[in-house]
Write a protein that binds this ligand. Structure first.
Ligand code: S3P
Length: 170
């Protein structure tokens, strides 16, 4: 397996933050956040893609973007949107492309982080906590197919980075 590092997990689980911190530590690595890449290539936010087109349309873009990113070589840190690992084709691609880390967080922590954020279309609803809970329960089974689960609830970012770097080097 190559030395690529892939981060999966629920919205607000820290994938982008940890991806950026990892890329500061790992010289020669490039960090790719697939949602940011989609926003750049489409010239609009994920939220607007959902509104203007549909979730299905976004999922197609997400699939194509993951295929494209994972056709590249080594030295990559990739973070994907919270729903990406639900698609079996994405799972196969990502699990082959590198070591996949599931950043696991408690529902309360996730909710606290997303509660003031309007950029996540799936949570723009009367009861975002319930939506988050349902998504977490539904997705956990697939998230656990990652090579590693990092329970981030009681870890600070340095500890999370240390865990990932140790596992990536093993
Ligand atoms: C989604 C999570 C978002 C983004 C899209 C759908 C999801 O990414 O891909 O809004 O299905 O959970 P984050 O996990 O970075 O919020």
């Amino acid at each position: 397996m190559s030395n690529n590092i892939i981060l999966v997990g629920m919205p607000a689980s820290g994938k982008t933050t940890i991806g950026n911190l990892l890329s500061d530590k790992l010289t020669g690595y490039t960090f790719v956040d697939t949602d940011s890449l989609i926003e750049k290539t489409q010239g609009m936010s994920v939220s607007d893609i959902f509104k203007k087109y549909s979730e299905d349309y976004f999922r197609k873009l997400e699939y194509e973007t993951i295929q494209m990113v994972c056709s590249g070589g080594a030295n990559k840190i990739v973070s994907v949107g919270g729903g990406a690992f639900e698609n079996p084709n994405n799972r196969v691609t990502l699990l082959k492309f590198g070591k996949v880390f599931y950043l696991k967080s408690d529902l309360d922590i996730l909710y606290y982080r997303v509660s003031k954020d309007t950029s996540r279309p799936l949570l723009q609803n009367e009861n975002p906590k319930q939506i988050l809970k349902n998504l977490l329960e539904k997705r956990e089974e697939n998230y656990k197919k990652a090579h590693y689960t990092v329970d981030t609830s009681n870890l600070d970012s340095d500890e999370i980075i240390r865990f990932i770097l140790n596992a990536a080097n093993s």
